[in-house]
Design a protein around this ligand. Structure first.
Ligand SMILES: Cc1cc2nc3c(=O)[nH]c(=O)nc-3n(C[C@H](O)[C@H](O)[C@H](O)COP(=O)(O)O)c2cc1C
Length: 370
């Protein structure tokens, strides 16, 4: 089993897939797992690293909380969000907030917790974030982004990055301004989600916007500050486009990695001219069970089975008969329910009792995009 991105990277770097340096952090390859609230926990990151061999994994965003509001519940949440293992390294952790002091303190706490890179969230589009002046609302305040990054930079020794969008909305596209403010104040790389804050998942990405950021950063800092593209980069063609049209130095992948952690090594294979690996239903089952095992260790049975429900969908998505099992996946409440439902689904599939067309569920309809 591959335990780090280095081993998954085939010899002979190519135009699209290659090692990447962010300040003093060396990534074995330039495929990164995107931060996803509710998804990129320790168990999932270990799977993404073991199976996919991506160069960098990420926690979900961690709120920068005022010191006087830090109680036991917050401490426990911080512990769960930041718990990590050497096998998944290098690991990015992300700060969500707007006050430079708080963000700096949180960045330092993340570094102490084991972060190899600390990112600032300038992309979360949910209403709560916008009303608090956080997430994508920061796209309207390049100077504030600069102040936050400067404070974080002063508080930690690991690389600091910003994850931005093309702008708050289609009429306020200012990714270049925000990216430059971040880099002038010490950001070591910029992740660019190639959509604005009002674009939903289905909206095509705009690589021209990423190209503008790349050109502006290269003009000032050459290749020293990488620009990593994000947004539906889940096929070899999309990765080629991100490089050829936008000059992206790396690629960050989110939703597609859920239930398909093979995506990283498959993209590496395809872009190196090798055949991708198409996991069989039996392989999906084995990985689903391993994932559940890790989740149980992380969360215990009560919470673990609830966390696991959504992943069960993901691993079964695209297989015939998944719609019929959807309700059962939703109602799993114990370890034995999980074993029974998963066994029922995969046994029926193997015996031919389920057959027919591949069926696809809409997996992220209820999730806000960060
Ligand atoms: C459920 C969910 C949670 C997310 N949480 C975060 C987050 O915590 N921080 C962040 O910067 N982006 C977050 N995002 C956005 C992703 O990092 C990524 O930018 C987005 O999904 C587009 O990439 P993709 O098309 O590869 O999924 C989230 C997205 C989803 C779907």
């Amino acid at each position: 089993m591959v335990t780090n991105g280095e081993a998954a990277h085939p010899p002979g770097a190519n135009r699209y897939i290659h090692p990447l340096r962010i300040r003093d952090l060396r990534l074995a390859n330039n495929l990164c797992l995107a931060p996803m609230a509710g998804f990129t926990n320790l168990a999932f990151r270990l799977i993404a690293k073991e199976v996919g061999g991506c160069g960098l994994v990420a926690t979900e965003m961690v709120a920068a909380i005022a010191q006087d509001q830090q109680g036991e519940a917050q401490a426990e949440r911080f512990r769960v969000l930041t718990e990590n293992l050497p096998e998944e390294k290098p690991l990015a952790m992300q700060v969500y907030g707007r006050e430079p002091d708080r963000c700096a303190r949180t960045a330092a706490a993340l570094e102490r917790a084991g972060a190899d890179l600390i990112d600032l969230n300038c992309g979360c589009p949910v209403r709560k974030a916008k009303e608090a002046g956080c997430g994508v609302a920061l796209m309207r305040e390049p100077d504030q982004v600069g102040r936050i990054i400067a404070a974080m930079r002063a508080a930690v020794s690991r690389p600091v990055t910003a994850k931005i969008r093309l702008g708050a909305n289609a009429n306020e596209r200012n990714a270049v301004e925000v990216a430059l403010a971040a880099c002038e104040n010490g950001a070591d790389a910029v992740f660019v989600h190639a959509r604005t804050g009002e674009s939903k998942h289905g909206v095509p990405v705009d690589l021209a916007g990423v190209a503008e950021v790349k050109q502006a950063i290269s003009a000032r800092w050459g290749d020293r500050i990488p620009v990593i593209a994000n947004g539906s980069l889940d096929t070899a063609a999309a990765i080629r486009a991100a490089k050829d049209e936008a000059g992206a130095d790396g690629y960050q992948i989110g939703r597609k990695a859920c239930g398909d952690p093979w995506i990283f090594r498959n993209l590496i294979a395809e872009l190196s001219g090798a055949a991708p690996h198409r996991p069989t239903p039996a392989e999906r089952r084995t990985l689903l069970e391993r994932h559940f095992d890790l989740i149980l260790r992380l969360y215990g049975e009560y919470r673990g089975v609830r966390v696991m429900r959504k992943y069960t969908f993901f691993y079964c998505n695209g297989l015939p008969g998944v719609r019929r099992f959807r309700d059962q996946f939703c109602r799993i409440t114990s370890r034995s329910d999980f074993a029974q439902v998963v066994d029922g689904f995969f046994s029926d599939l193997a015996s031919g009792r389920i057959n027919g067309q591949a069926e696809h569920l809409e997996l992220f309809e209820r999730h806000a995009e960060g």
